[in-house]
Design a protein around this ligand. Structure first.
Ligand code: CTP
Ligand code: MG
Length: 230
């Protein structure tokens, strides 16, 4: 079974409010994107990586990793799902696409191992890393003014979706295309696969695998990176 990592790295990082897209910020001496690529390619099951970058990206080709033989670069799109699609169409139908956000450098091999087990599971089309929701969940009332609580949602069976997300490239490509044509909100790979009727396994994962989104996430990620052994 060939597993190809797909890394959407074409975002602008608006919530980070930095002078460059967040995947190019330094964390413990290396860019976030380099940490992420290393976490993937250093896993023995991952044979190559396809990274989607922005058409006008001035940073990527200065990275030492840019000319690595295991790396393919494609041009991403305006939404994350467009960037993933641009990468997935370069894969063979039967290959497994391990889709992982560039902004999640704190991925450990143990979680990749657990996710790869879905390949042997004939009851599901693929799977995603996820963590059970811990906080009490409130549904807000939206009608004008400051938000107030309408009611408390049950936390039972609620999970946070993380990445990587693992699916057959052919099935994922088709599911994404169907999602685009139906104008679905595709915020992760699983949402496209679910809409196409596939069963998706939830793999209970390490919550240290945060998506760096806001400035306060940087010191957290730096801490988690030091804890990880690849
Ligand atoms: N991404 C992408 N193509 C896009 C938008 C996002 O490849 N058109 C990637 C980002 O680079 C990131 C991942 O998808 O690695 C998760 O997206 P997010 O955390 O939302 O990153 P940004 O879109 O860059 O950040 P923001 O939403 O704050 O602008
Ligand atoms: Mg975004």
């Amino acid at each position: 079974q060939t597993v190809v990592a797909v890394v959407p790295a074409a975002g602008v990082g608006s919530r980070m409010q930095a002078d460059r897209p967040k995947q190019y910020l330094l964390l413990n001496g290396k860019t976030i994107l380099e940490h992420t690529l290393n976490a993937l390619i250093s896993h023995p099951a991952v044979s190559r990586v396809v990274v989607a970058i922005s058409a006008d990206d001035p940073y990527f080709f200065s990275l030492p990793v840019a000319n690595a033989p295991w790396l393919t670069v494609v041009t991403g799109g305006s939404e994350r799902a467009d960037s993933v699609h641009a990468a997935v169409i370069t894969l063979c139908e039967h290959e497994w696409a391990l889709v992982h956000d560039a902004a999640r450098p704190c991925l450990d091999h143990h979680d990749i191992d657990n996710l790869l087990m879905v390949i042997e599971d004939s009851k599901v089309a693929g799977g995603i890393l996820a963590t059970p929701v811990r906080d009490t969940m409130k549904r807000a009332q939206v009608s004008g003014g400051d938000p107030v609580v309408r009611h408390t949602e049950s936390r039972e069976n609620l999970w946070h979706a993380l990445t990587p997300q693992l699916f057959r490239a052919g099935e994922l490509r088709q599911a994404l295309a169907e999602g685009f044509s139906q104008d679905l909100a595709i915020t992760d790979e699983a949402s496209a696969m679910e809409a196409a009727g596939y069963r998706v396994a939830l793999i209970d994962a390490n919550p240290a695998n945060i998506k760096i989104t806001r400035p306060a996430d940087m010191p957290l990620a730096a801490f988690y990176l030091q804890q990880i052994s690849l």
